[in-house]
Design a protein around this ligand. Structure first.
Ligand SMILES: [Zn+2]
Length: 308
């Protein structure tokens, strides 16, 4: 069985003001890294556009309508301090949602062992009723709930190793015992949520890392808290909010991981997924803002997924 790589050139068409870290070049760096011959074995599929109604499995109808109504004819519309829409942003965001759902479809029906989706804009800061932190639609929650709705998955674990806490994912699944949200993130750091005391209905596991932490603290967090939680939850699917901004070269945070740590975490989750849910993993790109580190980290992550 193969690893599915979901991509699309449209992911470079969500534009942001000059100097914004969440930029189209991120996708170009990933596409180039995965064009290497060692990734020839990937099953490559273009992300289809989702119908906008699909977003309502994670978001309020009023919010989805607000996003639809805010598409600028030119230039930018600013939705929060650092979240923008350009003329094609809605279309791009719907391809991100569609790509996440395609990956869930293919992995759930056994057409691929696992999947990585190189999508943008990212999703984990987007709440049910607001855009935030570069994010419009919460791709991870949509993938999880789509797997539940369309494929009968009972429990889905979302593991988020982006260096920022996924406040949006946490808020949306806060009282949903069928979705586990387990996150490592730097604290203090944007957006400020993610304390260990935030536990939802027992389905939220937050493991904050101090600025300056490296591989040891990250692996400890996984071994002591994240992995046992995921294993104990016995998920039917594991969704990874795969941000690579905890890399030591990343300009937005102060955690010192290397690409080898992302490969390690991928393999650790694969071992649980193998035992619990026939290896089913859907990984979605979140952050990661140093282009070289992003490319190397995605390559290490995808190479690990391909070892299934
Ligand atoms: Zn991030």
């Amino acid at each position: 069985m193969t690893t599915l790589y979901v991509h699309h050139p449209i992911f470079t068409e969500h534009l942001v003001p000059s100097g914004h870290p969440e930029r189209p070049d991120r996708i170009r760096a990933i596409e180039e890294a995965l064009s290497d011959e060692r990734f020839d074995g990937l099953l490559r599929r273009m992300a289809p556009a989702a119908d906008i109604d699909v977003a309502t499995i994670a978001h309020d109808r009023e919010y989805v309508d607000l996003i639809r109504g805010n598409v600028p004819a030119e230039g930018f519309v600013r939705l929060d301090a650092d979240t923008f829409m350009s003329p094609r942003s809605l279309e791009v965001a719907l391809h991100a949602v569609g790509g996440a759902c395609l990956a869930a479809d293919e992995v759930m029906r056994g057409a691929a062992a696992n999947a990585f989706c190189a999508v943008r804009p990212p999703g984990h800061h987007a709440e049910a009723d607001r855009a935030m932190g570069f994010c419009l639609f919460n791709n991870a929650v949509i993938a999880a709930r789509h797997a539940q709705k369309a494929h009968g998955a009972e429990r889905v674990a979302i593991v988020d190793w982006d260096v920022h806490h996924g406040n949006g994912t946490q808020a949306i699944v806060w009282s949903d015992p069928t979705v586990l949200y387990a996150s490592t993130h730097q604290m203090p750091l944007y957006p400020g949520t993610g304390a260990p005391e935030e536990t939802g209905v027992g389905n939220i596991v937050n493991v904050p890392l101090s600025p300056g932490s490296g591989s040891d603290a990250f692996q400890r967090a996984f071994l002591d808290r994240i992995l046992p939680s995921v294993d104990g939850f016995a998920p039917d699917l594991v969704v990874i909010s795969a941000g690579f901004d905890a890399h030591k070269s990343d300009p937005l945070a102060a955690i010192n991981l290397t690409e080898a740590d992302f490969a390690w975490a991928t393999e650790a989750l694969m071992e649980i997924a193998d035992r619990r849910c026939q290896g089913r993993i859907v990984s979605l790109l979140e952050g990661g803002y140093d282009l070289e580190a992003l490319a190397a980290s995605v390559a290490a992550h995808v190479a690990a997924l391909m070892s299934a």
